[in-house]
Design a protein around this ligand. Sequence first.
Ligand SMILES: Cc1cc2nc3c(=O)[nH]c(=O)nc-3n(C[C@H](O)[C@H](O)[C@H](O)COP(=O)(O)O)c2cc1C
Length: 226
Amino acid sequence: MTAEPFLTDAGPFAEAERAAVYRAIHTRRDVRSQFTDRPINDATLLRLLTAAHHAPSVGLSQPWNFIVIRSEAVKLRAQTAFAKANAEAQAMFPEDRRALYSSLKLEGILTAPISLCVTCDHSRGGPVVLGRTHQPQMDVYSTVCAVQNLMLAARAEGIGVGWVSIFDPADMQQLLDLPNHVSAVAWLCLGHVDALYSEPELQAKGWAQRVPLADLVFAERWGRRA
Ligand SMILES: Cc1cc2nc3c(=O)[nH]c(=O)nc-3n(C[C@H](O)[C@H](O)[C@H](O)COP(=O)(O)O)c2cc1C
């Protein structure tokens, strides 16, 4: 142990602990259809939000807020906004993919007991934020880190998370009364799950495949295979 104040031991986890971390990463799935109606208790939800709140953030600006939505009326309005955007989205794909696209279930807003909107406050931390001086988008990246923490913690809790992004942002601003300096980064559907796909659902249904890692790793500069 070091005598330096604030430093703490940082050795590797015990083998079973490491395995648990990788299990959460590898078995997490985006969920649309498998939600049970079992409610999420407040203590569990608080653990998930606490995990999200411990994400890294640019300049420790913590630009996130978490809007917990249980109201059926609000969920219904979100589902309506999704349906409108999804019809527009379908038309954007080449004709030969439209039938498959429309067969995919891309949200579970009405069946998940909780919807959680994770927002990014672009004014958080004031006009000059450490680390954000040259790349303002770092606040959104930070917010996404919070979402990822929440998704992994949820997997460990047996709670499925489905990210719904097929919305016109203006509909979200209005639905949730967001001020102009706040954006909705993620609409997440949360609920207990008893089963999960063993591979991404989009892969199982023939929409896309996971790319081999070796195709994506370069050495020293763009394009040079490692
Ligand atoms: C930023 C983001 C937005 C997403 N938006 C949607 C969405 O609108 N609808 C949907 O069904 N899945 C959405 N997903 C889930 C992806 O389709 C899913 O993560 C991907 O197919 C891989 O599957 P897996 O998460 O189960 O491993 C989104 C995921 C991310 C990271």
